[in-house]
Design a protein around this ligand. Structure first.
Ligand code: CA
Length: 234
């Protein structure tokens, strides 16, 4: 299964193909960002939370192999390569260059979704094993379950903690009340957005993030909430 809000960065220059892939992955529960130019990939990875890169080999400017090389130098995020070519050599090249998997066009929608989910499942333990996060707003020690805001230790209830973790693990991503219910309460069908709203208010208060102008937990009107380390600029 796809965890709520798991995000895919699709790198594909062809608008029609990109629209199809975006629809397929979106229907499977991923949130999908797309760039059409390989030169934008690294910047996007630094600015956005991305769980999986789906990378077309055939791109103008930088081709997929060059993009892959740059991604690999910067991060170990899983990469699924799409190749239009069927030669064995391209598959070998893709895997040797650090792709985690590949698909040859044309591929079925179901295969794309299955491969994407399998890749995320394979790499998730490593991502979940992260022991601490330290960013511009917070330090979180997952092993000791301790939190500091502006260098000050903060006492959190289990719900506060789950909610904070849901945010800090997904910087920049807009999370809906339904997604937060599933992530923090493990209750996607639970009664709703009021509960999330009050929990967010309480978490902001505990963390000292009550000023909307500077709070790292930002309200995104009629959609949900977004965690931005350092706050303010959203
Ligand atoms: Ca292409």
């Amino acid at each position: 299964m796809v965890s709520p809000g798991e995000s895919v960065l699709l790198v594909e220059d062809d608008d029609d193909i990109a629209a199809v892939i975006r629809g397929v992955l979106g229907n499977a529960g991923f949130s999908v960002m797309r760039v059409g130019d390989g030169r934008l990939v690294l910047r996007t990875l630094f600015e956005q939370h991305v769980d999986l890169v789906v990378l077309d080999v055939g791109l103008p400017g930088l081709d997929g192999f060059e993009v892959l090389q740059r991604v690999r130098e910067a991060t170990d995020i899983p990469v699924l390569m799409l190749t239009a070519r069927t030669e064995e050599r391209d598959k070998v090249d893709a895997l040797m260059a650090g792709a985690d998997d590949y698909l040859t066009k044309p591929f079925s929608n179901r295969e794309l979704v299955a491969r994407s989910i399998a890749l995320l499942r394979r790499t998730r333990p490593a991502r979940d094993a992260i022991e601490e996060i330290s960013d511009a707003s917070v330090e979180v020690d997952f092993v000791r379950r301790q939190v500091w805001a502006a260098g000050r230790p903060v006492e959190l209830t289990p719900t506060d903690w789950n909610l904070l973790v849901a945010f800090v693990r997904r910087p920049g991503l807009v999370l809906s009340p339904a997604q937060l219910l599933e992530l923090a309460w493990n209750d996607p069908s639970g009664v709703g957005s009021e509960r999330v709203k009050f929990a967010v208010l309480r978490l902001r208060r505990r963390m000292g993030w009550t000023d909307p102008a500077t709070s790292p937990i930002q309200s995104v009107r009629s959609i949900g909430y977004r965690y931005v380390p350092g706050g303010g600029s959203g």
